[in-house]
Design a protein around this ligand. Structure first.
Ligand code: ME8
Length: 514
């Protein structure tokens, strides 16, 4: 049976326009989805938009349109961006879709029946921007100001429906102990465990101060809190109110990865798993909480003018190409526990050193020599490839392991190392010199054959990162991209006599004048 693989992005608020942060997270998921697809997995890659809540209600009012019209416009913009960046999501869920609303209500009714909900009144510190209550300890820690917006927290009191989060404390602890890699990077897992030790408060799961949301079943004066509504997207998209085999999407749950930014980890690592426990449904397998992009050394802000918004990104793509944009996101991005700085100079240097001087140069050097020396024919039978078959096999195995653990930067490095090794081998064996001596023809054929097959495998491993040029390369070698993974990833796929043309993948680009 084909192995399934499921990955999700956060669903993005429609009160904001798409920017580098959203595109970054979605690109990470896209690279993973592509890597699973080339390994012939049955992939479900989900993204979408979060359309309810006070923030959307307010920004719609500021623009003099209904919340639904505002959501429609901005959701369309998020969808446009997906195709602009050739991101390969399977589905796009919008929380105002009937399929979502209907199932959220059904899940909430189930929670009610399970005894996990109660009605009560609550007073506490509230971050209006984040729509989140903070415990006394945390409110004090951030000096009663929002850690995100800096605005003062407000004292708020509400009569609400509550989810008994506190009842799941022991089960959550046990889960984190038995699955220490549940949250990545480990620094983030430790934060969650630390916070769990401070004790859990029950979470309000309805609101009465606004109406733009899903009504609470049986209590229509209450609207389901936007975060509770939003978290369910991961399973409503899979029609998971029907978890039986009759539902063709049920096979994708539990998701392999929820990929999110670090600021929304608590919801994903604690509240969401606790709700799933209450519903007796399987928990997601892993959560990856990445850090933030900052820009030219500073936090991105509209007023500083250093915001990497869509028009800015488009100038990079026009100049360097989409592959270059993805490469910078995926290898220099804030994928781990530290923030990453977006600098124009770093972008340029990365493009030049990695794509022009390594990927481009190595592949054009090898193909050019074959064209020149052997008239564009794969010269040798490489069955005996010296140490290269084993090296390539190792790179493939490491790459698979790194993708499975969502270590995307390491997976890219597995391929880059192979290319650097090929370059080194060429410099040491000097086939361009040997080619002048007819007696060395066989030796040259064998060197170049080994190089080309190694480059082929390295470039296959780079496909999820650089889909445009890498698929071009495969086509040039006459390699069908739908061939099974265990054939494509193996040494010896290229046969003697195959036609080889010289490739020029990444042109040198002048740095933009500021
Ligand atoms: O939080 N660097 O949506 P949102 C990297 N609707 N990633 C960034 C970023 C930055 N500077 N800024 C944003 C929400 N992101 C909720 C989620 S999920 C059930 C509900 C990315 O539109 C990052 O993935 O504010 C972050 O978690 C997400 O955008 C927040 O998007």
């Amino acid at each position: 049976m084909t192995r399934t693989a499921c990955i999700t992005t956060p669903i993005y608020y429609v009160n904001d326009r798409p920017h580098i942060g959203h595109i970054f997270t979605t690109t990470l998921c896209d690279a993973w989805a592509r890597a699973m697809r080339i390994q012939n997995c049955d992939v479900f890659f989900l993204t979408g938009t979060d359309e309810h809540g006070v923030k959307v209600e307010k920004s719609a009012a500021e623009h003099n349109v209904t919340p639904q019209a505002w959501a429609d416009t901005n959701a369309a913009e998020f969808q446009r961006v997906l195709s602009l960046f050739q991101l390969t999501n399977t589905d796009f869920i919008r929380t105002t879709q009937p399929r979502h609303e209907r199932q959220v209500q059904a899940f909430i009714e189930r929670l009610q029946k399970s005894g996990a909900l109660y009605k009560g009144s609550f007073e506490g510190w509230y971050d209006e921007g984040q729509e989140e209550y903070l415990t006394e300890t945390r409110a004090k820690e951030c000096e009663y100001k929002s850690s995100i917006s800096g605005k003062p927290l407000v004292r708020a009191k509400e009569e609400n429906w509550y989810f008994k989060l506190s009842a799941f404390s022991e089960r959550l602890k046990a889960h984190f102990e038995s699955q220490p890699n549940f949250v990545q990077p480990s620094a983030r897992m430790n934060e969650v465990i630390g916070r769990l030790r401070e004790g859990l408060q029950d979470v309000p799961m309805t609101r009465t101060n606004f109406t733009w949301g899903i009504p609470m079943p049986g209590d229509p004066g209450h609207v389901i809190y936007v975060w509770i509504d939003a978290l369910f997207n991961y399973i409503t998209a899979l029609d998971y109110t029907d978890a039986s085999e009759k539902n063709p999407r049920a096979r994708y749950w539990p998701a392999d990865w929820h990929v999110i930014g670090k600021e929304i980890l608590w919801f994903h690592a604690v509240i969401w798993p606790a709700m799933l426990m209450a519903l007796e449904l399987p928990l997601p397998k892993n959560i990856h909480a990445h850090s933030f992009w900052i820009s030219e050394g500073k936090k991105m802000s509209k007023s500083l003018g250093n915001f990497i918004d869509l028009p800015t990104i488009e100038t990079y793509i026009a100049r360097y190409g989409l592959d270059a944009w993805r490469w910078f996101m995926l290898t220099r991005g804030p994928i781990d526990a530290t923030d990453a700085d977006f600098r124009a100079v770093a972008f340029h240097e990365t493009y030049t050193s990695d794509l022009v001087n390594t990927v481009g140069n190595c592949s054009s050097r090898v193909t050019a020599m074959i064209v020149k020396t052997f008239n564009g024919e794969m010269p040798a039978d490489i069955e005996n490839g010296g140490t290269w078959p084993a090296r390539c096999q190792q790179a493939v195995t490491d790459w698979q392991k790194h993708f499975a653990q969502f270590q995307l930067t390491d997976a890219a490095e597995d391929a880059m190392k192979l290319l650097r090794d090929v370059d080194l081998f060429i410099n040491q064996t000097e086939p361009f010199k040997l080619a002048k001596d007819p007696a060395q023809r066989e030796r040259v054929a064998s060197i170049l054959g080994q190089c080309l097959e190694s480059v082929r495998i390295a470039l296959l491993l780079l496909e999820p990162f650089l889909p445009q040029k890498m698929s071009e390369f495969s086509t040039l070698l006459g390699m069908p991209s739908d061939a099974p993974w265990n054939v494509r990833s193996q040494w010896g796929y290229l046969k003697p006599g195959s036609t080889i043309t010289k490739v020029a993948l990444y042109p040198r680009v002048e740095i933009a004048k500021p």
